[in-house]
Ligand binder design. Structure first.
Ligand SMILES: Nc1ncnc2c1ncn2[C@@H]1O[C@H](COP(=O)(O)OP(=O)(O)O)[C@@H](O)[C@H]1O
Ligand SMILES: [Mg+2]
Length: 239
């Protein structure tokens, strides 16, 4: 299938990308670069990073796809708060470039959870990245982490364009992108929300969106604590 083919090609692109990155780093060691040379190599580096991110997204989506992947979650004790803080600090610069206010509220008492750290981190990243990408300059993006009953809820609210009613349930499907004239130059693969949905569902949770066109959107990701909470009693075979 197309997605299998993409995964194979993406996998093969990893090592050339790795050595391109390596030689880019070494270029500075060969000797002093002049301003134009530095400018050009920086542009190449941006391209290489973008391409690596695309490749990783394609591989991740392939692994998580219930139709093609047989990925088993790598559950391990994980400080979700730390993961969220890392994701936010990684996106602080792109947010700042657009003069976006990026804020975060984390509830007290979030337990250490037994989750797939890398996958969860990727899901959070995709949601915050989208809010940053699709909210116009000077807007606001707010991340909230809270407990709701027996679930951990991660939510991202922005005051961007919002999403029309007819597009709302398409978004989480593979390769779906919605185009607006304001986003003419915003790049993407349409895999982000597909990854978010599948990460949530593999943990027994879900992902969804609430939005008012013209006002903004809130994306939610919930993970049940049961099965993820190390403190709670795990259902055992004998009981
Ligand atoms: N915060 C948001 N506000 C408005 N639209 C959004 C937001 N997040 C996602 N979208 C819409 O959902 C589509 C799918 O998102 P995603 O799966 O992450 O793919 P990509 O970001 O690569 O386009 C985007 O193309 C965009 O149209
Ligand atoms: Mg995206």
């Amino acid at each position: 299938s197309m997605s299998n083919f993409l995964s194979t090609v993406s996998h093969d692109m990893r090592s050339p990308l790795t050595f391109m990155k390596g030689y880019l780093d070494m270029l500075g060691m060969v000797g002093e670069l002049n301003e134009r040379q530095r400018d050009f190599t920086e542009k190449i580096a941006v391209g290489v990073v973008q391409m690596s991110e695309m490749v990783e997204k394609i591989l991740e989506a392939g692994k998580l796809d219930p139709l093609t992947g047989n990925y088993q979650l790598l559950r391990e004790p994980c400080d979700v708060v730390e993961v969220v803080q890392k994701v936010i600090s990684n996106l602080a610069e792109p947010a700042q470039k657009k003069s976006l206010e990026l804020t975060c509220t984390i509830a007290e008492g979030i337990p250490i959870l037994n989750v797939d750290r890398a996958m969860l981190s990727s899901a959070f990243t995709n949601l915050v990245e989208n809010a940053v990408k699709y909210t116009p300059e000077g807007g606001r993006v707010h991340v909230e982490v809270r407990l709701d009953g027996h679930e951990l809820v991660f939510q991202v609210t922005d005051n961007g364009y919002g999403i029309s009613v007819e597009d709302l349930d398409k978004l989480f499907k593979r390769n779906v992108r919605i185009h607006r004239k304001e986003w003419k130059r915003v790049k993407g693969s349409g895999l982000g929300l597909f990854i978010v949905k599948n990460v949530a569902q593999r943990h027994g949770g879900d992902a969804w969106v609430e939005s008012t066109e013209g006002k903004g959107s809130t994306f939610f990701l919930s993970i049940p604590l049961e099965g993820a909470n190390l403190m709670g009693a795990e259902p055992s075979a004998s009981s």
